[in-house]
Design a protein around this ligand. Structure first.
Ligand code: DAH
Length: 332
């Protein structure tokens, strides 16, 4: 009996070495190791042998079974490796290959929006300023007239950075700190826009990203009025969106502006869409930067660049902007 089993095992090994797919492998597994296989049947017959014979036969059976099982495992591994390299080959991208349909990369949607915003504002006489993404409480809050006890501080959902520093360090929750940095460095007249990344503890969903982009505007000059603010917003909206889009201001509240407003843009269906915040720079903010509010006045505004891109391209989900799915990116 053991003799026969040895030759069955040899046959099993030979056939397993050749097996070409997982289905065939499963069949061989059943044939040589399953309930009706010669090996299993032989094991059931052990009981009828004398104890001494039973031991030797049992050991032989176990050894044969182990060999066949080993061969099944090896075949399975070989097939898995083959499937993997087949897949890699099929999904291989030849980056040096040029086909008629190959296309160049393009700027990301948000970069495109940011570039256009800069162009429009530069065309209106603004310069572009920048500030750091990691800020102290002074720039992100205090100098902007948001002291420690101010309720607005909580509404910014700030991400703090633990550097063990004596002062509070945070990822800037808006681009408004660039107002302060600019006024500290530069005497009026000031006409700047400051685009850049901003951060909040928001969980990403269809309308929020925890890391997003804003653009800030700041004008400080003599005799600046709310009329200049409204006119600037209107001019920007017209240039950016096209001739028939209008803007309007709605009263609102921000600690760093007084009076404050939110501005909306008109949509084709007659409704209004909120774009951002704005207002006349609060005298405290000017004073914090060593600028005399009796001599100089200013306005400021800020809004989200990612949201603007979402609006312009009518995206359903702002997260598309960061998924980096080439099929999405290729459309722009
Ligand atoms: N920093 C404000 C925010 O992130 C937006 C804003 C409102 C900016 C009014 C301004 C402004 O410059 O005047 O919610």
């Amino acid at each position: 009996m053991i003799e026969t089993l040895h030759s069955t095992a040899a046959e099993a090994q030979a056939r397993l070495a050749e097996v070409a797919d997982l289905d065939a492998l499963a069949q061989l597994d059943v044939e040589f190791l399953g309930k009706k296989s010669a090996l299993t049947l032989a094991k059931r017959q052990l009981g009828s042998l004398a104890p001494e014979q039973r031991r030797t036969a049992g050991q032989a059976l176990n050894q044969i079974r182990a060999e066949v099982e080993g061969a099944v495992g090896a075949a399975r591994e070989r097939l898995a490796r083959a499937a993997l390299s087949e897949r890699l080959e099929a999904e291989r991208l030849d980056l040096t290959e040029f086909r008629g349909t190959a296309r160049r990369g393009s700027l990301h949607l948000v970069t495109q929006a940011r570039d256009r915003l800069e162009d429009v504002f530069v065309g209106m006489g603004f310069s572009v300023a920048e500030g750091p993404e990691v800020e102290s409480a002074w720039y992100n809050f205090e100098a902007l007239n948001i002291p420690e006890w101010h309720p607005a501080r909580g509404s910014f959902d700030t991400i703090f950075v633990n550097l063990g520093a004596p002062e509070e360090v945070m990822l800037r929750s808006h681009t408004s700190p660039v107002q302060i940095r600019t006024m500290e460095k530069q005497q009026p007249p000031i006409y700047i826009v400051a685009p850049g990344r901003t951060f909040r503890t928001d969980t990403a969903d269809a309308t929020h990203l925890p890391a997003f982009n804003q653009i800030e505007g700041l004008v400080v000059d003599r005799g600046i009025t709310m009329g200049d603010l409204a006119g600037t917003i209107d001019e920007f909206v017209r240039t950016f969106f096209g001739g028939d889009v209008k803007s309007r201001l709605r009263p609102s509240y921000f600690p760093f502006t007084e009076p404050s407003a939110e501005f909306d843009i008109s949509r084709a269906d007659g409704t209004w869409l909120e774009l951002g915040g704005c207002g006349m720079v609060h005298p405290n903010v000017l004073r914090n930067c060593g600028i005399d509010p009796d001599e100089w006045q200013g306005f400021a505004f800020g809004f989200g660049i990612d949201r603007l891109a979402v609006m312009r391209h009518e995206l359903d989900d702002i997260r598309e902007l960061v998924n980096n799915d080439v099929r999405f990116l290729r459309q722009f």
